[in-house]
Design a protein around this ligand. Structure first.
Ligand code: NAD
Length: 400
């Protein structure tokens, strides 16, 4: 397989731990702002201990997600008091990136898995390679049917789509569904969802469950049927066939202007808007201009899920709430973390399945030929081996 090209055979199939001790797995406390998730939950710990692994969970690692230390102990884990011990393992499972100091706490030759932002965070990737850590980035798991149970981008986007709707509905001064009462009939809320990938489809389904009238749009034509199957109406703005990877590409200025013009009418009528349109590795497309926001009615709420890559709405500020003429624009960057219990459950399962690909009788064997874990491996044997990361860093296609 392509990822193997140039990798010496002797770095494929490194075996550890040594036979005389247990495979050690570390689960550190996530210290990043807004991060409430944890990389293992009692159910996954039970599986790991069932595999004969020794699991160390840092004190309080699961507290914010609703998994107290006691629950981990009951599942067979040891609670360890400090980050140095939690990182001193053969395998470290994390949610977010380790700091450079935390990288130094991981033993050379160990495996570390998490959201590592491997195509952007090049300094971190260099540090992991320099320490001879085998880094598995969940962002690089292939989006294939085989890899579905390991696809953390999907599991977390699904949660985020739900959380965005909850945020919009709780901020909206309008009831989301129709209500027939003695005090009068309340018409249903109107929702608009832009981008119908994993997060967008969950947002549509959630708005529908709340009883709202939903319009939705995506540049990819195949999404029309998916949108309609959830009971929403597809907005007739331009659609373009994309490449075989399923991801959208940037559109030309004329198409973008046409999109903005058509969406303006739907935005003006909407009480709640959730935008999710993203293009991997590129700034998010602007779908709602400042003029369109100015034309929206007071009290309407926008949740721009693309805030961290520039936003789909002119005026969005990442991690902030902006008010424009009575319209509220949210740019949250922590949506999965707001549903930390279930986001952690799903993420922990993704990681369990992913590292399970490398499980052997005596612990873990790095196998770069595995169709899922291989492509997700960014560094191994002291080298940066992922072709997309190498290209992002301006390196030759293959390590020497
Ligand atoms: P994403 O988060 O990268 O983007 C969200 C949506 O924004 C996408 O549907 C995209 O088409 C849309 N978008 C981008 N530019 C746009 C524009 N200018 N106007 C309107 N919409 C725009 O996407 P994602 O949710 O990560 O999914 C990406 C693709 O991967 C999809 O095709 C999805 O079906 C596919 N996927 C496949 C699997 C699998 O086969 N197991 C799993 C997950 C995702």
């Amino acid at each position: 397989m392509p990822v193997l090209r140039g990798i010496p055979r002797n770095v494929v199939g490194t075996r550890f731990p040594l036979p005389f001790r247990l495979m050690r797995l570390g689960i550190p406390l996530e210290r990043a702002d807004h991060e409430h998730r944890v990389a293992a939950v009692p159910a996954s710990v039970k599986t790991f201990t069932g595999w004969g692994w020794d699991v160390m969970v840092e004190t309080g690692a699961g507290d914010a997600a609703g998994f107290p230390d006691d629950a981990f102990v009951e599942a067979g884990a040891k609670i360890v008091a400090d980050p140095a011990t939690a990182h001193n393992a053969d395998l470290v499972l994390r949610v977010g990136q380790p700091t450079f100091e935390e990288v130094e706490l991981v033993p050379e030759g160990a495996v570390l898995a998490g959201f590592l932002d491997p195509f952007v965070a090049t300094d971190l990737i260099k540090a992991l390679a320099a320490r001879n850590i085998t880094a598995l980035a969940v962002e690089a798991v292939p989006r294939t049917t085989l890899a579905q149970s390991m696809d953390a981008l999907s599991s977390q986007a699904n949660i985020a789509g739900y959380a965005a709707v909850m945020l919009a509905a709780s901020e909206s001064p309008k009831f989301p569904s129709m209500l027939v009462t003695a005090a009068g009939t309340i018409p249903p809320g109107r929702a608009l969802v832009l981008g119908a990938g994993v997060a967008g489809l969950q947002a549509i389904a959630t708005f529908r469950r709340l009883g709202s009238i939903v319009h939705a749009y995506d540049i990819r034509p195949e999404t029309k049927e998916q949108v309609e199957s959830l009971g929403a109406k597809f907005v007739a703005a331009p659609t373009i066939e994309m490449d075989e990877g399923g991801y959208a590409k940037e559109v030309d200025a004329e198409t973008a202007a046409k999109q903005q013009e058509i969406l303006a009418d739907y935005a003006a009528k909407a009480d709640m808007i959730v935008t999710t349109a993203q293009i991997p590795g590129r700034p998010a497309p602007t779908l709602i201009t400042a003029d369109v926001v100015a034309g929206m009615h007071a009290g309407s709420v926008i949740v721009d899920m693309a805030a961290s890559s520039g936003g789909n709405v002119e005026g969005t500020v990442a991690d902030e709430i902006v008010h424009v003429n009575g319209v509220t624009i949210h740019g949250p960057i922590d949506l999965p973390s707001r549903v930390a219990t279930d986001a952690s459950r799903m993420y922990a399962r993704n990681l369990q399945e992913l590292v399970g690909r490398w499980r052997t009788e005596d612990g873990l064997t790095v196998n770069l030929e595995d169709e899922v874990a291989g492509p997700a491996t960014i560094t191994h044997g002291g080298q940066i081996i992922n072709p997309r990361t190498r290209s992002a860093m301006g390196l030759e296609e293959e390590p020497s």
